[in-house]
Design a protein around this ligand. Structure first.
Ligand code: NAG
Ligand code: NAG
Ligand code: NAG
Length: 453
């Protein structure tokens, strides 16, 4: 007994000593929040507690046949031409890219302008089809005559292969953050779209972390800016010092402390949300019920209350919940999240904090260096939402002032007081409030370019 206690004590003290080398205790006493927290706009939120139950009851016998189909099947069935490509990054990750080159409304032909869509954290490219087929960005773009490329970052369920590492067996597979998505994934996906489409330049649309990766690439990868026509960034998670969402806020005290390693190891680098058996069984739902039953929908009604930064009652289409759940959630990677929380705490946009000693060795300074947003070349169009609790309006202001002023062509507030971070992919009216104006802007830009104006 005594011996066991001593051994455990020894392990704890030993690991403390090892960890203290990485993060000196002085780091723990830095302020939890360097930025002033954002004050959300007060809106008249309807607190109709029965709304969900009522809606759920109303739609409970509607079956959504697309729930169990993937993007390839859904595209085929709706008359879209879809191809897939595997590309390998310079650090060995094999990523799958999809291309939708045409459909019934706009058949495939050479010379269409290309656009690369980059999904957010915890998503795969299927998040772009979480809304019904006539209302999601992918098919709207294809119908409007665009050559649509769908990127899948490393660690999303379409991009789990590596030349050496095994995602299930090697924890190292998951040792990346949005830094690597920008440095390695972004350039190979962009180049593949350019090569196959034979377009010199490609348009880019990024949501949240997809936008972060775009800006990391634009500030770090030589020559990349010249390959981008224009970037349309929705809720870019760059500065998030004002974040008050329920994921980031409780993690702030852990940022840049040994607690990060603990969480990374405990979760083995990722959380699997795509087949969220754990989540569902803890809610008392059987896997066979997933996405169809009334029980599930009722339980999911609590989501807007539990995670207010993701879901928004006002923009929720209850009939679409099964499809939303099956398309939106994917693997959530731990280190990307920790990197964001570090930046939220330090109110900056900089490299991963590896502790003073390792920072000094890798970066030549005790503090991680900031990304040099001065190197970004536009044009850039920013879309932001009033009630975004992850990327707040004040964070967007910071980003706008950090970017070279000539690169920012437009900063667009979504015209809805309740619009939230995840509404960019699942909001009932995203097609009208965001996608339609975005496609119009891109089309106008492209027409002017082709006319040589
Ligand atoms: C909120 O509701 C109050 C009382 O019904 C009303 O006077 C006010 O104009 C509303 N505010 C907004 C922003 O809709
Ligand atoms: C891409 O890689 C995946 C996984 O290894 C494989 O199943 C798929 O057939 C490959 N696709 C192409 C187009 O090579
Ligand atoms: C709500 O979702 C359903 C199922 O996906 C869809 O058929 C319907 O058109 C959607 N309604 C609105 C208003 O978006």
């Amino acid at each position: 007994m005594m011996l066991t206690t001593l051994t455990i004590g020894g392990i704890i003290i030993g690991s403390q000593l090892v960890l203290a080398q990485r993060f000196p205790p002085s780091q723990y006493f830095r302020p939890i929040r360097a930025c002033r927290a954002h004050q959300p706009l007060q809106t008249n939120r309807s607190t109709d507690l029965l709304a969900c139950t009522r809606e759920t009851f109303r739609v409970s016998n509607i079956q959504d046949l697309d729930v169990d189909k993937n993007i390839v099947q859904i595209s085929h069935e709706n008359g879209y031409l879809i191809d897939s490509y595997n590309v390998t990054t310079s650090d060995g990750y094999i990523l799958t890219l999809f291309r939708i080159s045409g459909g019934r409304k706009s058949p495939a032909r050479r010379g269409k302008p290309s656009v690369l869509l980059l999904h957010g954290w915890g998503n795969s490219c299927e998040a772009w089809i979480a809304l019904p087929n006539d209302k999601n960005l992918v098919f709207m773009l294809a119908d409007a005559g665009w050559d649509v490329w769908l990127g899948n970052f490393r660690g999303s369920s379409f991009s789990l292969q590596h030349t050496i590492l095994n995602a299930d067996r090697n924890l190292n597979f998951w040792d990346f953050s949005f830094h690597e998505l920008g440095l390695f994934d972004f350039p190979v996906m962009l180049d593949q779209a350019r090569r196959v489409s034979e377009n010199d330049k490609v348009f880019v649309i990024g949501h949240s972390q997809g936008a972060t990766a775009t800006l990391v690439a634009a500030s770090e990868v030589p020559g990349i800016n010249e390959k981008i026509h224009a970037a349309y960034l929705m809720a870019p998670a760059v500065y998030i010092g004002g974040a008050y969402d329920p994921l980031t806020t409780p993690m702030l005290p852990i940022a840049s402390t040994p607690g990060e390693d603990l969480i990374y190891n405990l979760l083995q680098g990722r959380i699997q949300l795509r087949n969220p058996r754990l989540l569902f069984s803890s809610l008392g739902i059987q896997p066979k019920d997933i996405c169809q039953s009334r029980t599930l929908r009722c339980k999911l009604c609590d989501l807007p209350t539990l995670t207010p930064f993701i879901f928004n009652h006002n923009q929720m289409n209850y009939t679409n919940i099964p499809r939303m759940v099956s398309k939106l959630f994917d693997y959530a990677t731990v280190k990307s999240f920790l990197h964001q929380v570090q930046n939220a705490r330090s109110c900056s946009f900089r490299y991963y904090d590896r502790g003073a000693r390792e920072n000094l060795r890798r970066y030549g300074s005790r503090q991680p260096p900031s990304y040099n947003l001065n190197r970004v070349r536009g044009p850039i169009y920013l879309f932001w939402a009033e009630q975004d609790a992850n990327v707040t309006p004040s964070d967007i202001q910071r980003l706008v002032s950090a970017l070279p002023s000539e690169t920012v062509r437009a900063v667009i507030r979504v015209n809805d007081d309740t619009f939230n971070h995840e509404d960019f992919s699942v909001g009932r009216d995203a097609n009208v409030l965001v996608y339609k104006p975005l496609i119009d802007m891109m089309t106008e830009f492209n027409d002017r370019f082709e006319a040589g104006i």
